[in-house]
Design a protein around this ligand. Sequence first.
Ligand SMILES: [Ca+2]
Length: 307
Amino acid sequence: VRVVSRSAALLIFSAAVAVAGCDAGATRSTTAATAPACNRPPTAPLPGSREGMVRIPGGAVRLGSALEPEEAPRPAAVGAFWIDRTEVTNDQFAAFVRATGYRTVAERDRAGAAVFAATKLLPTAGDATPWWRLDPAATWRTPDGEGSTIAGRGAEPVVAVAFEDALAYARWLGRDLPTEAEWERAARGGLEGAEFTWGDDPRPGGRPAANHWQGVFPLVNTGEDGFQGRAPVGCFAPNGFGLYDMAGNVWEWTKDAWPDDPGSRVIKGGSWLCADNYCRRYRPASRQAGDASLGTAHVGFRTVVRE
Ligand SMILES: [Ca+2]
């Protein structure tokens, strides 16, 4: 999802407050009975360590699908590599910041980040994504903007990080960010050609298998999967390689530039905002352009080490 200019964003913000009167933020569903049990989050990483990572065998990969024009099938090959079992968490990113004093792009000169605001505004010809606004107060510590916090949310994926922030974290650990081919190879979990990371049934067992949006986006968020926003990492069943949240929760940065747009990088996996009526991008073949210089409330990352 591309974000509009800052002045336009402020106008949208004003309108959004007038209409909705609140920021949806990322709150856990009140229907706690439906929330799945979550696995223990990963521990703070150590530079040079492969703790919390899974080895992915190398080989030929068939990327993409026939479902959307931008994800047309294409062959690729990857070498063996290791990848984080989960998205990088707030607690893990905090350990990096404590050790290095790193300041993210959003924190420099109050650049801010893009936050999601559930409103009743529908797309118009002039603005395809009226539910996003740029908040100068939004950072990885306040990922949903002014007044939000990550207190008590250490196990949720870090967001509001620009591409270079994600790369800085990876480099600190002696790692890298995945290429799109590596990411998709890992996400498929050995199920080559399947629509989803778990197979072809969109609702195995009659339930959502990932943290995506149930209901009519952006008006109704039923939280059937147990979450209204970001979930702690590892709350849904892992894929065939033992990797969590390769579908949904938050989009993830890859190293690959978006075709013909060197200012953007390919993001993968979809997020809690992906609804069947709107984007349905919680599939391994899905890809989207992410403005590399901008953090948003629905894009995080995980790291790799190549053999
Ligand atoms: Ca994800």
